[in-house]
Write a new protein. Sequence first.
Length: 202
Amino acid sequence: MKAGIFLVGTELLNGATIDTNSIYIAEELNKYGIEIEFKMTVRDVMDEIVKALKYAKKNVDLVILTGGLGPTDDDITKEAMAKFLKKKLIIDEKEKAELLKKYKSYGNLNKTNFKEVEKPEGAISFKNDVGMAPAVYIDGLVAFPGFPNELKNKNIIGFRVEVPFGMRIVQGYVIDTFEKYEGKTDISNFKYIKKAIQIKEM
């Protein structure tokens, strides 16, 4: 299985921020024998992110993105994913309620913060107990928060997702076990997952 890493953020290209996320991701992927074909940094520009996704999907099985999941105008990673996949952005009501619960202690929630729980329709979310925005996975694309402490959050890394085959995300990137199919959700992601691991009966 081949993977590509995308770091999203203009600040990474103008010298304002130093990248440490790609080192951590590479170390984790190496544990599972996943070949990293490229690492790329892109600005917070819609067309540039979409163009990068087009290149990636032609060349690798798994595309890992970090950054651009927040509430500001230049946080457009999930919007770019939705545009590339030709899917609409949705807000899951349970995730919205969780966000409201988190912001309750801050007392400064506004409508722009709901952007943090937007995701392409059909995407799977990974709980983020350290920050606000969940990570999301859909069709071989996985997007994680850009803050290193959130990327390494134990509830994103190794979070169990209740979907067909009981897919377990190992280190947030690879799925290692499958349980009995329950017909609860779409299984289009299975073709990517199957390449990564050996399927074992539970």
